[in-house]
Design a protein around this ligand. Structure first.
Ligand SMILES: Cc1cc2nc3c(=O)[nH]c(=O)nc-3n(C[C@H](O)[C@H](O)[C@H](O)COP(=O)(O)O)c2cc1C
Length: 205
């Protein structure tokens, strides 16, 4: 039996918003979840640009880097390359039932809506949809075009949760970290994971 809570797939695609994904990973690790991490080629560029994380293209090295960054236990984070069709996330028989794409590019939204399955991120999302698992997309683009909106509507009607990276300001954020935590808290709420990242509206201090 695994020493960790049920695995969650966390995919980074090439939209702006790498700090959301990194913080989500850090919190999931701190809460003892096992996390299977997928990273598109464009996401590597964005991570480098937005967070100074220069992630190796090698699965084992990338796993080591993210594990060190998030203080994960051995085996808690596993990075799978974009063509690793032998990874658990590639098949309905083994894939985690929960997956978050954070941040999610308009390109990945489109590929997922189409069922393209052309890289592991797209395939894993396709598997979660076909297995009636929980898929959460955190798109970041502005403005949204009718193409983006149509794709998101289609996915939403299929049961996919669309949570645009749109933090609120009603909790009076004092820092960028507060804004990031706002989004991460909402994602955790939808994953049904208890946390204490942000105050809930109407519950006072
Ligand atoms: C620094 C950087 C920021 C980007 N920001 C966005 C963005 O906010 N939203 C988006 O949809 N695409 C954005 N892109 C473009 C995507 O990375 C590009 O469309 C890519 O093909 C998406 O591929 P992926 O979905 O496989 O990661 C950005 C690219 C770079 C390099």
């Amino acid at each position: 039996m695994s020493q960790f809570k049920d695995p969650i797939t966390l995919a980074f695609s090439g939209a702006s918003g790498a700090p959301y994904g990194l913080r989500l990973l850090e919190v999931l690790v701190a809460l003892d979840y096992q996390v299977f991490v997928l990273i598109s080629s464009a996401a590597r560029v964005v991570l480098d640009t937005e967070s100074n994380v220069k992630l190796s293209g090698n699965e084992a090295k990338a796993t080591e880097q993210l594990s060190a960054l998030c203080k994960a236990k051995e085996g808690q984070i596993q990075v799978f390359g974009k063509d690793n069709w032998f990874s658990p996330v590639a098949s309905g028989s083994a894939a985690p039932k929960k997956m978050v794409v954070c941040p999610c590019s308009a390109g990945s939204v489109s590929a997922i809506a189409l069922g393209a399955s052309d890289n592991l991120l797209e395939r894993a999302a396709d598997v979660v949809i076909k297995e009636h698992g929980q898929l959460i997309l955190v798109p970041r683009e502005t403005p949204f075009s009718p193409i983006h909106l149509e794709n998101m509507l289609k996915l939403s009607q299929l049961g996919v949760t669309i949570m645009p990276a749109a933090p609120g300001f009603y909790h009076q954020p004092q820092s960028i970290e507060d804004l990031v935590d706002f989004m991460v808290a909402r994602i955790l709420d939808h994953l049904n994971i208890e946390h204490n990242l942000a105050k809930r509206w109407g519950y006072g201090d």
